[in-house]
Design a binder for this molecule. Sequence first.
Ligand SMILES: Nc1ncnc2c1ncn2[C@@H]1O[C@H](COP(=O)(O)OP(=O)(O)OP(=O)(O)O)[C@@H](O)[C@H]1O
Length: 459
Amino acid sequence: MPRATTKGDQASMSELWDACAAALKQDLTGAEYSTWIMPLQAQEQDEAMCLLAPNRFVKDWVKQHYEQRISRLCAEISSGRIQQVRFEIGTLGDDRAAPVTRGTSGGRAGGEGNLDRRRAESNLNKEFTFATFVEGKSNQIARAASVQIGKNPGTAYNPLFIYGGVGLGKTHLMHAVGNTILDSNPGAQVIYVHSERFVSDMIRALQHNKIDEFKARYRRVNALLIDDVQFFGNKDRSQEEFFHTFNALFESKQQIVLSSDRYPKEVSGLEERLKSRFGWGLTVGIEPPDFETRVAILHSKAALLNIELPEDVGYFIAKRMTSNIRELEGALRRLVANSQFMGASIDLAFTREVLRDMFVAQDRQITIENIQKTVANYYKLRVSDLTSAKRTRNIARPRQVAMALAKELTKASLPEIGNAFGGRDHSTVIHATRKIEALRASDTMIEEDYRILLRTLTS
Ligand SMILES: Nc1ncnc2c1ncn2[C@@H]1O[C@H](COP(=O)(O)OP(=O)(O)OP(=O)(O)O)[C@@H](O)[C@H]1O
């Protein structure tokens, strides 16, 4: 039996863990740290440190990727007192901070209110930080360049031009740059503005004879972040104004960050002199994220919402939403809102139901026939075995698994499923799904088989 944990143990264990986490932070990217390390809580267990993860996905990932490093750090920092680290799923049952905290970039005592005000004046969204930005191959260079700019505005690359398709994180990165600049220098003048807003502000200033104020406002900044510059296309007066602002800031070594949905030279209706200036610094592209990055983004967003996202649900959504992170996030928000509204827990069946219309095309591809083939292949059987009258265990069990999958993954009715399995009765299908549900809870082999099959069929 684990020894009861006293308050003193708990405090020192939390302190030890805080120190380990701080050391890990030095070695990890902000996204890795906030996704995998921040959600963990520590408690003492039989003279070992037990790290509690909010879900299995986080637990398995941390164990696989960081166990050795964490164990070594713990032993070092505790001067050998803690030799062993264990991993479990759970949260501390007391009134400590919630297990998953938001990855804000500011957070220093005292200055937080001021910083928040400065961020608002700069039009910066404080949620868009490097800590909440998940790194993957598709955005690695853009992220690295942005981190450099945040640390050394005006001197690293000027301008930084980020281009890429819709909803891939360009705006997020720009805000992260702005937030980082304000974090290290809350007095810095930073403006984030969408180029449409820049145009409409300029028109208003012209109408009200306030163009000098407008010019002064943009030309005294330390960092100007202008989003979606393709909107400047064919707006000659705005381009003219922006050209002078650009020159003024560039010459005085103030940072400019620009984004667009395409490469600078391909932005149509843009003057050549602007196009060439846009390429003076560094131009970086963002690609659609790969599968692993999409899964990590989903888990990171879920953690920010304080939600435990089951592994199979993360895979399921990430397999289907491939090109736009805003849509990926939209699917997650919809799922969470529905689960809260209906008081339902988030599992694969619920996810399929709630996001059904988003995935109609995909849903159609999962047929009973397809399930039978996949299951037969997995268990090294023939499809005809599954539909036969044979009742030996090595055939009956895979048949039940296939029926349960058909129930979960298709819209087919119970009689339809029974019929597809050699004309069986609907009560046989009910029995099969109940049996598999019970076995999944008690038999890890069946649970693993089922998960693998689910993943194969939904990928
Ligand atoms: N790597 C990432 N990690 C975490 N969240 C991300 C990442 N990339 C994008 N997002 C999220 O996806 C959403 C859309 O991103 P963003 O608004 O930055 O896209 P964009 O490229 O500027 O799109 P648009 O071209 O429409 O302006 C945001 O909520 C953002 O936080």
